[in-house]
Design a protein around this ligand. Structure first.
Ligand code: AMP
Ligand code: MG
Length: 335
């Protein structure tokens, strides 16, 4: 029997009983539990096979509740919360002592956001506690953007996926930390750097992709070795299909090197005209980066199921959400 359901009161009952429920958000589906239940939080890590050094994001129903979670809100954090919540920005701030160490991987900071999804906002309003929710996928694999993706991953281990339809943004939130009150991007995501800079001015990006979308050698070895990376999404191999994936500026040229193989192609706007490939997905025929981002993971899930030898993905323009898409694609190519 399917574990997918639209019944919010059933989700409330399960979460109140320290069980896990997968929840819809505008970014990706999350695997949610009561932040104050040790049993639920341990189950999140076990179900995902996520290492305990990777902290979780806390989800709250409105900006007014931020003061219950964090000790101190820098001015620019308040500006960002007011400008973007509910929405795909996560703020990493000094935690209150009541926030369990399990959530924050022992750090004195906690990641928090208000998700922009009517079903989950309603759920959060009905619960007397916030929800910890990392993406609802096994550690390192492709994030789920439909209820079906989650069921395919976890039907034997969780009791319910709350169905909220396909995720509109389609890639994870942008994570922002603060050093000496200055905002720093820890993970590129669904809110573009340009939109963030319009609110808080020029912002530094730390521990993330360099120009062209791939991590430098130094950054890669550092983030892989780090016991407690600032943002787990920063681990080099993440968001990855099982199929070998190549990222290229020139799909037609790269195709020539893989003639004898079963090849799938993932392109931004323009279809590749050839009959030698087994599958092809165009992410946005109109060249809209927002649409491309929202289709990205579903396309990777589909190509990963198509029994291919290799997926050749096209590099995106390196601005706006194109930067975030390149970040995820470059992590998908690490083996
Ligand atoms: P996921 O939802 O699976 O992408 O995982 C949650 C994300 O929250 C991770 O990628 C971390 O980057 C981020 N995160 C959670 N807590 C913290 C924290 N205290 N400091 C920095 N990043 C955090
Ligand atoms: Mg994740």
């Amino acid at each position: 029997m399917s574990i997918i359901s639209k019944d919010i009161s059933k989700a409330v009952a399960l979460l109140t009983n320290e069980e896990l429920v997968a929840i819809p958000t505008e970014t990706v589906y999350g695997l949610a539990g009561n932040i104050y239940s040790e049993k639920a939080i341990k189950a999140i890590f076990e179900t995902k096979k996520r290492p305990f050094f990777n902290p979780l994001i806390v989800h709250i129903p409105s900006v007014d509740l931020l003061n219950d979670i964090v000790d101190y809100i820098p001015e620019k954090a308040q500006l960002l919360a007011d400008a973007f919540w509910p929405g795909p920005i996560t703020l990493v701030l000094k935690k209150k002592t009541i926030i369990p160490d399990l959530i924050t991987a022992g750090k004195d900071t906690v990641a928090v956001r208000v998700p922009n999804h009517a079903t989950t906002l309603e759920l959060l309003k009905q619960l007397p506690f916030p929800l910890a929710a990392p993406s609802a996928n096994p550690f390192s694999s492709i994030s789920p953007t439909t209820a079906q993706h989650v069921e395919d991953y976890f039907k034997d281990t969780i009791k319910m996926v709350l169905d909220g339809g396909p995720c509109k943004s389609g890639i994870e939130s942008t994570i922002i930390g603060f050093e000496n009150d200055a905002p720093i991007i820890y993970r590129l995501g669904s809110t573009s750097i340009e939109a963030i800079e319009a609110v808080v001015g020029t912002i530094e990006i730390k521990n993330t992709v360099t120009e062209g979308g791939s991590l430098s050698e130094v950054e890669m070895s550092r983030s892989q070795k780090e016991i407690s990376p600032n943002a787990p999404g920063m681990l080099a191999r993440h968001y990855a299909p099982k199929t070998k994936t190549i990222l290229t500026h020139n799909v037609s040229e790269t195709l020539k090197q893989h003639r004898q193989k079963r090849v799938g192609v993932l392109v931004f706007q323009n279809e590749i005209k050839t009959n030698t490939i087994k599958a092809q997905i165009v992410l946005s025929k109109t060249g809209d980066l927002t649409e491309a981002a929202s289709n990205l993971y579903h396309a990777l899930h589909q190509l990963d199921k198509a029994e291919l030898d290799v997926i050749i993905a096209e590099q995106f323009p390196n601005y706006g959400l194109g930067k975030s898409i390149n970040d995820r694609l470059s992590r998908a190519t690490k083996s």
